[in-house]
Design a protein around this ligand. Structure first.
Ligand code: HEM
Length: 926
């Protein structure tokens, strides 16, 4: 006798309790059937606490056997039937399954899995045959046993990749059976699970929410109608014919239902429906509105996780009143939103969503204490990594899943698990798996892979697909691949998953991408710029929180956000209107000065000045940068370029950045600035530390290192300036210390700042032009060959490479008054960032802007800016690049990249930090 069914057997024994495509069971029949299963399972020697793995579809036997486990003190372990043999074997081993229950369709895989399980289960049973399985009907029925509470052990992968069992205290194995009845009663009341009506299950029952919303209604007295899979037309028919009252669906199923032809939809009544629970991934608001319009306000959205159970619920009225909410937790469950350190955040602030339960009501991972600990942010408070915020009334809004998790069609895919499989293929040197938007499934699995250089890219997708299918269930296998030069791991080995994922989001939902220095580790986000130019040419960008260290203290700061200006016309307009868009008000750099003193100090720098001071300083230095003045350097620059290239060619195996791109501007600068040549390493390090402030390999976010760099550079230039005052030479520093306009010269602070600006502007920019330029040429061999064949192309090639790679991606301005730009209202005081990198790919200004065309003419690029701050060093930079191209031309055909190109973590420059390459040996006679 199945105790938990007795009320129904007593009151309505002949009513239908369980229906699938083939069988119908009344409550009396279900009771007998469960009883028989108890006898079979215990008769097979299974004892209280033993685990029984279920690799079984949505069918009546599944629920009969599940109820038997609940009554017989056994632990049911639901296994996703899409899993491959190695995946199933892992679960069997981890849970120590003593028996496996399956069906003919999955029997071969399950047999294989059992064979791979050392000390594997003694018993492999099937409900409908299958080689190597014992038919359940052949098993003897043991004597009756006392009913004791069983349980369910659900497996979830977590971020670490391999599935882990989640142990929660909902059902206490071995406890008196009354306890299950009490739990069912309490839960059912709290969650609004009715005691009669018809429940429909059309999703895979092994999923925690599907199981929950099928098994508990059944235990409370609802009939349960099962379908093996989801067919939208069939679902509509079953709801009306079986008078379904409750069900659980996922957003992907809504999308498919909404796509059913109009006639079928119109014929659907849905009058019986009382409640549809949904969760399993964010539901697009328009989809949900369309469902509410069609089926009425029957939808109850929940927030849940296998680890947490149901945490919040929001009915349709709540959702319509607060669109997007998933509801409020019911006491004693609490939701707290915490920052990365686990500290609670106030209402309105986004962070990780954590669940707090009374002691003893939490969860732990079976066999994985470390992961259990990692999930806990405080005692009895844990998070599964979802992101969100609470409003002032305690309603939870989810803003994203953790960067790791992919939710496709309501099913979780854990990238680490897929990456682990990809890494075992010889073609793959590194990989990162992310979710990208998919209209039907919400997200789809995409693998970004870095190939072993020796592996041909052709056909690799098919090879990887076949490889993944051998050990991963189909839903986890990547639907698309992207081959990249390098996976931009941070030095710690961490992946900027969020930044990669954001690349695929529409502009409106990638608010932080342009601000995040990590976004640029994979290169300039041209797709994002294209979307913005098209859909949101001037749009708000949220700044991301950045960690700085100041005197051993870690300080988190987040800028207040800015307007990203992306069209060519608007970037010009802003640059040419310093009265409205000031360089002095907040400085020309994206990051805000930390203190008013910092702002004041920054304003000593030419680039952070407005008229009239700007014009005055500019006049003092401009003489050194006129075409005539720079022309005088021509011979010197050519000689440096030839020497640098000759040394690199002789070395054969080189780093394009260190050996070619960095050397030339440093040598030129030392001559220009009057710095002894052997000190050029100092200039290199200073500018790396300042431009690479956000890159752990350079500035490391260390405010102290930033200050030390300034102090070192300033004390260096002060000493040098004293020498030049005493004994002038023909270098720029001599000019600067003696220069006067309107009867006054530069202050000490202005001199130091200007000199350091020239150091940075003069070497970083040209370096990145050369290294990115080399990469662009090597990636466009037909353009490279043109350059080799047509020396006259050099001047236009310099301009095109400047446009194509745009070494400085952006500068910043601050609005001085309310204004309108590209139709967008900008308020006085707002930060405005002008993206040269985007302007230079604007189709409104350039034909076929993504094509590298060394002969392009006209080429109105904005790589040097425009307006009063137009680059002072433009002539010099052009001269250097032309000299470089001329010197490298004879060797260019033999140069090829040999390893991954590494980029700097900065949102300011298009900066390359390493580019391994080789000059192949010249053929005989060359
Ligand atoms: C490919 C190389 C270069 C690029 C792409 C580049 C780009 C730029 C840009 C976009 C600006 C405009 C700033 C603004 O509007 O706020 C600028 C300003 C400036 N650049 Fe360059 N630059 C390069 C090379 C150089 C060199 C070689 C020097 C000097 C040795 C230099 C010195 C300056 C100075 C002093 C300013 C400030 C001008 C002012 O505020 O009036 N640049 N540069």
């Amino acid at each position: 006798m199945a105790e938990l069914l007795q009320t129904m057997v007593r009151d309505r024994a002949g009513d239908v309790a369980l229906t699938d495509e083939r069988t119908t069971r009344t409550w009396a029949e279900l009771d007998r059937s469960v009883d028989r299963w108890i006898g079979v399972l215990r008769g097979a020697g299974l004892d209280v606490g033993d685990r029984v793995a279920f690799v079984l579809g949505n069918r009546h036997e599944t629920f009969e056997a599940l109820l038997a486990c609940v009554h017989a003190g056994l632990v049911a372990v639901p296994v996703n039937w899409h899993l491959t043999a190695p995946e199933i074997a892992h679960i069997l081993t981890d849970c120590g399954a003593r028996a496996v229950l399956t069906e003919a369709a999955y029997a071969p895989t399950v047999r294989d899995a059992v064979a791979r399980t050392p000390d594997g289960p003694d018993l492999l049973m099937s409900v409908d045959g299958g080689d190597g399985c014992t038919p359940v009907d052949d098993l003897p029925v043991g004597p009756p046993v006392a009913a004791l509470s069983g349980g369910v052990l659900l497996y979830t992968s977590g971020t670490s990749g391999r599935p882990k069992g989640v142990v929660n205290p909902l059902l206490k194995v071995g406890a008196p059976i009354d306890r299950v009845a009490a739990t069912t009663e309490a839960l059912g009341g709290g969650l609004g699970i009715p005691t009669q009506g018809q429940a429909l299950l059309v999703g895979p029952w092994y999923h925690s929410a599907q199981l929950f919303f099928a098994q508990f209604p059944l235990l409370r007295g609802c009939g349960l109608v099962l379908r093996r899979g989801f067919d939208p037309v069939e679902v509509l028919r079953v709801i009306d014919e079986e008078k379904i009252t409750i069900s659980h669906l996922v957003p992907t199923q809504f999308v498919r239902l909404l796509r059913v032809d109009a006639a079928t939809r119109a014929a659907f009544s849905g009058a019986s429906l009382a409640r549809i629970w949904h969760g399993g991934g964010p539901c697009p608001p328009e989809t949900k509105r369309a469902m509410i319009e069609w089926w009425g306000p029957v939808f109850v959205e929940y927030y849940a996780a296998t680890e947490a159970g149901i945490v919040t619920l929001a009915d349709s009225h709540t959702w319509l009143a607060r669109p997007g909410t998933v509801g409020r937790p019911a006491p004693p469950t609490e939701v707290v939103v915490v920052d990365d350190e686990g500290r609670p955040l106030p209402a309105g602030r986004e962070g990780r969503v954590a669940v707090r339960r009374p002691p003893g009501r939490g969860f732990h991972y079976h066999n994985a204490p470390e992961q259990t600990e990692q999930a806990h942010v405080a005692p009895d408070t844990f998070t599964v990594g979802d992101l969100g915020h609470l409003d002032a009334d305690g309603y939870l809004f989810l803003t994203g899943r953790s960067a790791e998790l992919i939710v496709t069609g309501g099913v979780n895919v854990y990238p680490a698990e897929v990456e682990a499989v990809l890494s075992t293929h010889p073609a793959v040197q590194d990989s990162v798996v992310i979710g990208v938007p998919d209209e039907e499934f919400g997200e789809q699995v995409r693998a970004v892979v870095q190939l072993d250089p020796a592996w041909p890219a052709q056909g690799v997708e098919q090879a990887l697909d076949a490889h993944c299918r051998t050990s991963l269930a189909g839903f986890k296998v990547p639907r698309s691949y992207e081959v990249v030069d390098r996976i931009p791991r941070e030095p710690t080995g961490k992946l900027p998953r969020g930044a990669l994922r954001d690349r695929y989001r529409p502009a409106a939902v990638s608010p932080g991408l342009l601000a995040d220095p990590a976004s640029y580790l994979t290169g300039v986000p041209h797709d994002e710029f294209a979307r913005r130019r098209r859909d949101a040419p001037v749009a708000w960008v949220e700044e991301v929180e950045l960690t700085r260290t100041d005197q051993d203290r870690s300080v988190r700061s987040r800028g207040r956000g800015f307007w990203a200006v992306t069209r060519h016309s608007a970037v010009s307009e802003v640059s040419r209107d310093p009265a409205t868009f000031s360089s002095a008000a907040g400085g020309a750099f994206l990051a805000d000065p930390r203190t008013p003193e910092d702002l004041h100090r920054n304003r000593q720098l030419l680039i952070n000045m407005d008229a009239p001071e700007h014009a005055w300083v500019r006049r003092l230095v401009a003489g050194a940068f006129t075409p005539r003045a720079v022309g005088r350097l021509g011979e010197l620059v050519t000689r440096h370029a030839e020497e640098v290239v000759a040394r690199a060619v002789a070395a054969r195996d080189i780093d394009v950045v260190a050996d070619l791109a960095a050397e030339l501007p440093l040598l030129v600068l030392t001559d220009l600035l009057g710095v002894p040549r052997e000190d050029r390493r100092l200039l290199f390090d200073w500018s790396n530390n300042l431009v690479g402030f956000d890159d752990p390999r350079y500035g490391g976010g260390s405010v102290q290192r930033y200050r030390d760099t300034f102090a070192a550079a300033f004390s260096y230039v002060r000493e040098l300036a004293a020498q030049r005052r005493a004994a002038p030479t023909d270098d720029l520093l001599s000019l600067l210390v003696h220069a006067e306009a309107d009867g006054r010269g530069l202050t000490d602070a202005q001199l130091c700042q200007l000199w350091l600006l020239l150091v940075i502007a003069g070497n970083e920019t040209t370096r990145h032009l050369i290294s990115n330029g080399v990469q662009a040429l090597l990636e466009h061999p037909e353009q490279r060959d043109r350059l080799i064949a047509e020396p006259d192309l050099t001047a236009s090639a310099v301009e095109e490479l400047l446009r194509f790679v745009t070494p400085i991606m952006q500068f910043r301005r601050t609005a001085t008054r309310d204004t309108v730009l590209d139709g967008t209202r900008i308020a006085a005081g707002d930060k405005v960032v002008i993206y040269y990198a985007s302007a230079n790919r604007d189709p409104a200004a350039f034909t076929d802007p993504d094509r590298l065309d060394l002969a392009r003419d006209p080429n109105p690029h904005l790589a040097f800016g425009i307006g009063p701050h137009f680059c002072l060093g433009a002539h010099l930079a052009r001269l250097e690049m032309a000299a470089f191209l001329t010197a490298i031309r004879p060797h260019l055909a033999r140069l090829r990249l040999t390893g991954p190109v590494r980029r700097m973590r900065t949102n300011f420059m298009n900066a390359v930090t390493a580019m391994p390459a080789r000059f192949d040996v010249a053929p005989e006679g060359e």
